[in-house]
Design a protein around this ligand. Structure first.
Ligand code: URA
Ligand code: CA
Length: 434
């Protein structure tokens, strides 16, 4: 087989076979096919698209390029959740203990990464002593015992995706639905999930800005998952403003505790109930989505969800007493109010910019080498649709320096007010099941 023939085949709009796609991905991973040929092939995909079979083949070829996590020693159906990323997205912290309390095994592999705030592991480290440096055997034992554990990411998961993603980044081929969908799905499948619940964000703060694009991506991922035998469903949820109130590591842990107690923000709570219902249902722990939701509400009301969070933190060396006394979480030296200069209704909270402001405070990493400050971040005091009077606080800035002028300036530019009444955005746009 010659790579140039396969580039031409795709360029001319023909379907590549499973063997051909395997040849390309194996060759690229090993280094026998050069970047310039893969670049041309990616651009051909960008313009010609891929059939459902090709997408499934590409996904599985990337899965096969590296380690595949074997979770078969864990009892039950392993359901993983994936979010396409937003600002202040605390759902993972809430959903893990919440669905585990209902009996769904949560075997979470998580990372740190770059961004506005830390990853799930960084956030959990706000509980003094919590660590993810456990062996695979300990990990499996903990999930069987407590239904929930988190381990750091294996270094050699989907190396083909890592290489392709880096190349796409510099060849103008990131924004292709088949490539995005197979990239995301390959990582979830390699991590060992039997079933996958996707939270596809839509709106100004999301990767996909329009509902149409979000729907296309969601459908593409659901099709790939089901095609390769992993039960997959997607929820399209709003990211036209940050979810919940907290953006920051310790602040989000506190927000997760509040939500597990039934005292969390309305939008975060509702999204967790919707995603959680799909997870419980996919794990065969309920006969319907309605029954699944009822079970989740029950463990919030009877305290089992919160208790599960404590057990999970303590099992991995963390201070579980933060669930009773969140003041034991890292605290910032200063709390500075951003007050409204005019009156009106909040019409926009540009999530990207709010996230950037949180990163400047030290809540997230700008580069791999950056240190995270777990205590700092932002608490939104107003959301879209809320009425604001002059002098009222829009945001509380949690900082370890008094020098927050740049942060405040960014926030004033990100929170827009209108004289007319504004409706709050719809939270759940669509649920896509096969
Ligand atoms: N996120 C991914 O993991 N892959 C993509 O291609 C795009 C976003
Ligand atoms: Ca939040």
């Amino acid at each position: 087989m010659r790579m140039v023939d396969l580039i031409e085949k795709k360029r001319d709009g023909h379907q590549l076979t499973t063997t051909e796609i395997n040849f390309i991905i194996e060759g690229y991973t090993k280094g026998t096919i050069p970047d310039y040929q893969i670049s041309a092939w990616l651009m051909a995909i960008y313009f010609q698209g891929m059939t459902e079979q090709e997408r499934a083949d590409l996904t599985m070829a990337m899965v096969a390029s590296g380690d595949q996590i074997d979770l078969s020693a864990i009892e039950g159906i392993k359901v993983d959740k994936h979010s396409t990323g937003g600002v202040g997205d605390t759902t993972t912290l809430v959903l893990g203990p919440l669905v585990a309390a209902v009996g769904v095994p949560v075997a979470k592999m998580s990372g740190r990464g770059l961004g506005h705030t830390g990853g799930t592991i960084d956030k959990l480290e706000a509980a003094e002593g919590f660590h993810v440096e456990i062996t695979n055997e300990q990990f499996i034992e903990l999930v069987n015992k407590n239904k929930i554990a988190v381990i750091g990411q294996s270094g050699n998961l989907t190396p083909a995706d890592k290489k392709l993603y880096a190349l796409r980044d510099v060849t103008g081929t990131v924004n292709s639905i088949p490539l995005i969908a197979s990239s995301i799905m390959s990582k979830k499948i390699a991590a060992g999930a039997d079933a996958i619940v996707l939270d596809v964000k839509t709106g100004a703060g999301a990767f996909m800005k329009t509902l149409e694009d979000s729907r296309d991506l969601a459908r593409a991922m659901v099709n790939i998952g089901n095609h390769v035998g992993r039960k997959t469903m997607a929820v399209i949820s709003d990211m036209s403003q940050p979810l919940g109130f907290a953006i920051g590591n310790a602040l989000e842990v506190k927000e997760a505790i509040d939500t597990l107690k039934g005292e969390g923000p309305e939008d975060l709570t509702e999204l967790c109930l919707v995603l959680g219902s799909h997870m419980v249902y996919a794990a065969n722990q309920a006969f319907s989505l309605e029954e699944a939701r009822q079970k989740l509400i029950e463990v919030i009301e009877n305290g089992e969800a919160l208790e599960k969070f404590r057990v999970f933190i303590e099992a991995q060396g963390g201070d579980g007493s933060i669930v009773d006394d969140p003041t034991k979480l890292p605290q910032s030296a200063y709390q500075i109010e951003l007050v409204a200069k005019e009156e009106g209704y909040v019409s926009e909270i540009i999530a990207d910019h709010v996230g950037t402001a949180a990163m400047w405070l030290g809540a997230g990493r700008a580069t791999k080498e950056s240190e995270i400050d777990l205590a700092v971040g932002l608490m939104l005091n107003k959301k879209i649709g809320d009425k604001v009077q002059v002098g009222e606080s829009l945001v509380t800035v949690y900082s370890n320096t008094e020098e927050v002028e740049q942060v405040k300036e960014e926030l004033y530019k990100s929170i827009l007010l209108s004289k007319e009444k504004v409706d709050p955005p719809v939270l759940i746009h669509e649920e896509i099941m096969k």
